[in-house]
Design a protein around this ligand. Structure first.
Ligand SMILES: NC(=O)c1ccc[n+]([C@@H]2O[C@H](COP(=O)([O-])OP(=O)(O)OC[C@H]3O[C@@H](n4cnc5c(N)ncnc54)[C@H](OP(=O)(O)O)[C@@H]3O)[C@@H](O)[C@H]2O)c1
Length: 329
């Protein structure tokens, strides 16, 4: 197994290395890849030192798998070049997610659709992954009609530059800005760029990606995505209207029994999901489950997960593990 990590010096890349080591992913040769700026920089993996290389050198090495987290434009340009030399690319950017010929995978839900021919596989958006992990089992039983989601997203979701902006502001230092406004002591109803319809790209990812992952266009999702000054972990307030009736106890049991989901729902003891406790965990945490008393067959819930783990690195590595286990590379 020759494995390339493209974007190894970034926030997602670094967590990928951590998750690869933790899960003991089988690697014979590791290539750490980043931009020209980082070529020659030293990084360690499992106690061994590696020098960061550039994309040209990485393609020439023809890795079996390349895990990409280096932004959309890098993926658009370079993923096909890797695919051409026989590498299977698993991409974390938004470049290929809605491409009709590329699959969008959350392993617990739809890894079974992968084949040997899939040379560029898309990892969904971080806020989408945690949403569909909780909604998939409920949709199967009760059939979703409409979902209203509001997100409370951490600065690590934007990358290193945003984390630096918040740390500078907390320390009272003037520095480079990742956002158009301060984020410390603030909330920005603006994640990613605005589209023509007045929604942000992040909001439209939440609206579109779950339909593709669940292979069902009969339900609709509307979203408001907000950046808040937390360093890691995204939270979501989710209102789901189903076609069928449900019992709250059944919803709780179903989520409790769903692999990858942890139920944290006991208001008597103040048990509910929070981003600081989701930090460095792979699970999606769900709580505050309650009936929407203003509308039939509708439930409210609160979903939290570490955006750099299940929202990015862990999901990517689970896809790689599935490919290896099913001899698809
Ligand atoms: N952060 C999250 O929660 C999250 C979740 C899901 C998906 N993603 C996606 O993952 C990607 C990376 O996000 P991040 O948060 O890790 O960003 P980041 O911290 O800013 O890191 C970006 C990485 O990409 C590399 N890179 C940038 N331009 C490059 C180029 N032209 N050629 C090669 N490498 C290049 C950087 O290398 P240098 O160090 O050399 O600049 C760095 O390793 C983005 O597409 C993002 O949308 C992020």
């Amino acid at each position: 197994m020759k494995l390339a990590v493209v974007g190894a010096t970034g926030m997602v890349g670094e967590v990928m290395l951590k998750v690869l080591a933790e899960r003991n992913f089988p690697i014979d040769e590791l290539l750490l890849v980043a931009s020209e700026r980082s070529i020659g920089k030293e990084m360690t993996f499992k106690g061994k030192t590696y020098k960061v290389i550039g994309l040209e050198e990485a393609v020439a090495a023809k890795p079996d798998i390349a895990l990409f987290s280096a932004g959309g434009s890098t993926s658009l340009e370079w993923a096909p070049k890797f695919a051409e030399v026989g590498t299977t690319v698993i991409d974390n950017s938004s470049a290929w997610r809605m491409d009709r010929d590329k699959k969008l995978i959350v392993p617990e839900i739809n890894a079974h659709i992968l084949t040997k021919e899939d040379k560029i596989i898309a990892n969904p958006n971080c806020s989408t992954i945690q949403l569909v992990m909780a909604l998939a089992p409920l949709h199967k039983k009760y059939k979703m009609k409409r979902v209203v989601v509001s997100t409370y997203q951490s600065v690590s979701g934007t990358g290193l530059k945003a984390v630096q902006q918040m740390e500078n502001e907390m320390a009272g230092i003037k520095g480079e800005m990742a956002y158009p406004y301060p984020i410390h002591k603030n909330a920005l109803p603006h994640c990613d760029v605005f589209e023509e319809n007045g929604y942000t790209k992040e909001e439209m990812k939440l609206a579109r990606e779950p339909q593709k992952i669940l292979d069902d266009r009969t339900f609709s999702i509307t979203a408001t995505a907000v950046r808040i000054p937390t360093s890691g972990g995204h939270s979501e307030s989710v209102n789901v209207e189903f076609e069928n009736e449900f019992e709250l106890g059944d919803i709780r049991k179903m989520l409790h029994d769903t692999p990858g989901v942890t139920l944290q729902d006991n208001i008597d003891t103040n048990i509910y999901p929070m981003p600081i406790y989701a930090h460095d965990k792979d699970e999606v945490f769900v709580g505050r489950i309650r009936r929407d008393e203003t509308q039939e067959n509708t439930v409210n819930m609160w979903i939290v997960s570490d955006n750099l783990r299940k929202g990015a690195a862990t999901n990517t590595i689970q896809i790689a593990e599935y490919l290896v286990a099913n001899s698809l590379i």
